[in-house]
Design a binder for this molecule. Structure first.
Ligand code: ATP
Ligand code: MG
Length: 556
């Protein structure tokens, strides 16, 4: 992982190099244009990182722009969350924050200009008639009966549209391009529609709204964007994008470049689908740690660095491909491995009493915070007669090859002593409640006093000094065996996607702040839950377990 990725430049960089060499542009200016109709997800992170990364790399500029031209689904709440997520990812737009809705006046003027050029007209067709007139992939479309309206009449009607004289759907403004074009996007596309709706930014100032294919190129051109990077599904719209910026004679027309969307296998990614999970209450909001929304990943304990690394490993391509969740997990594991302290936490805890250890005595052991990174220093950990261990570290009747604690067996308590299980007690429900051990004082530090071997080493926390906490263990929100969706489009939910367990942690962990993360010996990396954790009831989300079968592909 340490070695730099020295593979060749991606195709977008090559296009940009060419544009700069040929003098098509003398700078690079990109933007990230989310529609504020939901929270951002890992796919958007790819787009943010790509656009911001290119601007940085070429010493250019990066705009944050809300593409808020459709008032139906947009909310101010989403504007704030999107800004927060992008800032967290580390993409800095400085003072370059824009709203497409601030350009409504200019878009209207652009439409008037097209009408005056004889390149746009007001149509009376209903949406359904328009579909009939559009033709198919094999047949050309038919001319709109309003296509030959005079410029004067079009200007007057368009003004009437703006002034609210028409009901929703009664009139639209269409570009006059080519009803026989093999590209359906060029068959007189709709530029403006009537929609009597309040907009989160412009209120009731407008009752006509521009369509995406008209608005987006204008937004880019107004802001001086050079490379308008979007996803593959817009490739067929590029001729229309070019038509808009060239017909309107913008002095430095931007160009559109498409790349493949990021898909994660067996993971719910689309904004629409995540929204459904949120609205149906299947998850605890947009920031549920099981989601791959940016806020969910952040709450789970992912770092911006891990997401950047993931995007880098995925690469930028022109062909759709599917990334795997284990690669994202690999990235966070690698990022935290050397950065975060390794601490002890007993999950599903069981009490251990060391019968021959002096009552009331406490020793303080010095332990390394991270065995692989001495820079993280040492801490002291109390040890005494009563401890908690992981429930999974004791068995009454162990199978073969179980080397942890069981009656008669001796194990090493990590950093402390050898202990041997002498007996155990059960509670009224038949559950093991106390394990009795004896320790060997000569084995201090976990070293063998006489060369005798123990096969198991287990972790522990000193009972009087431990803080009770909750750990949350996650699995995929959908059942991977059955696939993400049923035939009817419903999700195959995994009933075990969230499991809460009791645990005891080293006392200092109760003071940890939201988003702080740790390696819990053997159990994985955990992060303080930002929503539910309190000092009195600390909650830790498992970010990822420690091991995985994931291997980096050979070519990276
Ligand atoms: P979704 O597909 O989840 O509904 P969207 O495309 O509707 O998302 P926008 O707010 O329009 O969401 O997207 C903002 C930017 O993010 C666009 O430039 C879009 O191309 C890009 N983007 C969206 N999803 C992905 C993805 N999966 N991979 C890469 N880029 C994406
Ligand atoms: Mg969209």
């Amino acid at each position: 992982m340490e070695q730099e990725n020295t593979t060749s430049r991606n195709f977008i960089e090559m296009e940009i190099d060419k544009d700069l060499a040929e003098g098509v542009y003398d700078t690079v200016h990109t933007r990230f244009p989310p529609e504020p109709n939901g929270f951002l997800h890992i796919g958007h992170a790819k787009s943010v990182i790509l656009n911001y990364g290119l601007a940085k790399q070429y010493g250019g500029k990066f705009n944050m722009r809300f593409d808020d031209t459709n008032p139906t689904k947009e909310r101010v709440e989403f504007v704030e969350s999107i800004k927060q997520d992008i800032r967290w990812l580390g993409a800095d737009w400085e003072d370059r924050l824009f709203f497409a809705s601030d350009y409504f006046g200019q878009m209207y003027e652009a439409a008037v200009k097209l009408i005056k050029m004889g390149k746009a007209y007001v149509s009376d067709l209903s949406a359904e008639e328009m579909r009939e007139y559009r033709g198919t992939l094999t047949e050309p479309g038919k001319d709109d009966p309003s296509r030959e309206r005079s410029i004067e009449e079009n200007l007057a009607l368009f003004e009437d549209m703006k002034n609210g004289r028409f009901k929703d759907g009664e009139k639209v403004l269409r570009a006059k391009i080519d009803m026989a074009s093999p590209n359906i996007n060029l068959r007189d596309p709709v530029l403006y529609r009537v929609a009597h709706m309040e907009h989160h930014n412009t209120g009731n100032a407008w009752c006509i709204y521009p369509m995406y294919d008209f608005a987006h190129p204008i937004e880019d051109a107004i802001e001086g964007i050079t490379h308008s990077i979007c996803t593959l599904e817009f490739a067929d719209h590029r001729p229309l994008y070019d038509w808009v910026v060239h017909t309107l004679e913008y002095p430095h027309p931007p160009r559109q470049i498409e790349f493949a969307k990021l898909y994660l296998k067996n993971v719910v990614t689309g904004k629409r689908y995540i929204k459904k999970l949120v609205e149906e209450g299947i998850v605890d909001g947009w920031d549920d740690p099981r989601l791959v929304s940016i806020s969910g990943l952040r709450r789970r304990g992912y770092t911006p660095e891990s997401i950047w690394k993931f995007v880098e490993l995925c690469g930028i391509s022109k062909a759709n491909s599917i990334a795997e969740m284990p690669m994202l997990e690999y990235c966070i594991r690698e990022d935290l491995k050397l950065k975060r302290p390794r601490v002890m936490a007993a999950v599903d805890p069981v009490k251990v009493v060391i019968d021959n250890y002096p009552e009331g005595q406490t020793e303080y052991l010095k332990v390394e915070n991270n065995l692989e990174n001495p820079a993280l220093g040492m801490r002291t950990v109390p040890f005494c007669r009563e401890l908690y261990i992981d429930g999974a570290d004791f068995m009454e009747e162990p199978p073969k090859k179980y080397f942890r604690l069981f009656p008669g067996n001796e194990v090493r308590l990590m950093q402390a002593y050898f202990v041997k299980c002498v007996s155990y007690e059960k509670d009224g429900d038949g559950k093991v409640s106390v394990i009795h051990c004896t320790y060997d004082p000569a084995s201090k530090g976990g070293n063998s006093p006489d060369g005798r071997k123990v096969k198991g080493t287990i972790h522990w926390v000193a009972a009087p000094y431990a803080a009770e906490a909750e750990v949350r263990l996650f699995e995929n929100i959908v059942d991977e065996e059955k696939g993400v969706y049923n035939e009817d489009g419903s999700l195959n939910l995994n009933p075990h996607s969230l499991v809460k367990k009791k645990c005891f942690v080293e006392q200092t962990l109760a003071e940890a702040k939201a988003y702080e993360s740790f390696q819990f010996v053997r159990n994985g990396f955990f992060c303080v839950d930002a929503k539910d954790s309190t000092k009195e009831h600390p909650v830790f989300n498992r970010i990822v377990s420690l091991k995985s079968s994931f291997k980096l592909p050979a070519n990276v």
